[in-house]
Design a protein around this ligand. Sequence first.
Ligand SMILES: *[C@@H]1O[C@H](CO)[C@@H](O)[C@H](O)[C@H]1NC(C)=O
Ligand SMILES: *[C@@H]1O[C@H](CO)[C@@H](O)[C@H](O)[C@H]1NC(C)=O
Ligand SMILES: *[C@@H]1O[C@H](CO)[C@@H](O)[C@H](O)[C@H]1NC(C)=O
Ligand SMILES: *[C@@H]1O[C@H](CO)[C@@H](O)[C@H](O)[C@H]1NC(C)=O
Ligand SMILES: *[C@@H]1O[C@H](CO)[C@@H](O)[C@H](O)[C@H]1NC(C)=O
Length: 278
Amino acid sequence: MISPKFLGRLGFALLLAFQPTLAARYPSFGTIQTTNSSGVLNAVINNTASSTNLLDYRVQADLANLVETLQANDTDIRVVVFSKSPLPFFDPGFPDMSFPPALLWNISQIPQATIATVEGRARGIGNEFLMSCDMRFLTTSPSVLFSQLENSFGAIPGCGGAMYLSNLIGRGCTLEYVLSSTDIDAVTAEKYGWINRAFDTSAAMKEYVHILARRIALFPLAGINGTKFGVNAVSRPSKEDIVQKAQNVISVLALPATQAYVARFFEATKIRALGSWS
Ligand SMILES: *[C@@H]1O[C@H](CO)[C@@H](O)[C@H](O)[C@H]1NC(C)=O
Ligand SMILES: *[C@@H]1O[C@H](CO)[C@@H](O)[C@H](O)[C@H]1NC(C)=O
Ligand SMILES: *[C@@H]1O[C@H](CO)[C@@H](O)[C@H](O)[C@H]1NC(C)=O
Ligand SMILES: *[C@@H]1O[C@H](CO)[C@@H](O)[C@H](O)[C@H]1NC(C)=O
Ligand SMILES: *[C@@H]1O[C@H](CO)[C@@H](O)[C@H](O)[C@H]1NC(C)=O
């Protein structure tokens, strides 16, 4: 008779065998499930350690490992589609001030086209992640809301969020939403250009993104990468600006008043410190 203990071990071994082979510079937490076919890699972010699917250090480590694989000129993959589990997506997070901007910068310049689909919330670094992707598609469900909310606790978007946003929606709308830390819904976001398009149903969104990704993946990577390179040059904040901004973020965070707000923010949102693997 096969003991339950053996079956448990077998399950674990099978799980390991089906883990995608990602470069593992950082520890792997299994928060991103990937599948790929016809040049399209589907990456589902499913952080079951967090009740809000937070983009915490676990997701960041898994993303950094995935990005490292994609940086290595993997010519099989031409499009990356990021999507979410049905849990609220990326609720307010508080980014560590050095790793996240570097990770999102790397995501913005991998050779592959990146498409994000969202059916929940994306605030703070969650929204910055969306903007570091090349395209954003949402559903009009009332649970879809996103924002740069850092001003509400006296801080500043840490990964260039306000700078990315001003390229997408202009100075006036950026200041309206970032200074007030207000949520935007999918329909308004589509009107402003924050996102590419909002769909009434999840099925319609997935079908559209599937067709779009498959079409882009028909074409050679060199053209995709070259086009991104040019678009990045004129529409993305410079690395120097993001680094400079990170310095501002650190000095603002050091203010006692900001620290008091941040403590209240963590308490109110029940987000524990994001931790670190070092
Ligand atoms: C894509 O799938 C192939 C075959 O299943 C696998 O060998 C490869 O590692 C995958 N690529 C990525 C980037 O996950
Ligand atoms: C990817 O290709 C570029 C140019 O062909 C090269 O400079 C770079 O080192 C390559 N990256 C890796 C990780 O192989
Ligand atoms: C997320 O992971 C949990 C636990 O493995 C699983 O039950 C759930 O179906 C996953 N959700 C998605 C959308 O993959
Ligand atoms: C970003 O990519 C560079 C290589 O271009 C690498 O040295 C760096 O560690 C990466 N950063 C993160 C946070 O993944
Ligand atoms: C992407 O384009 C940049 C700029 O032309 C180039 O340096 C890099 O090697 C290209 N990478 C790939 C994989 O084509």
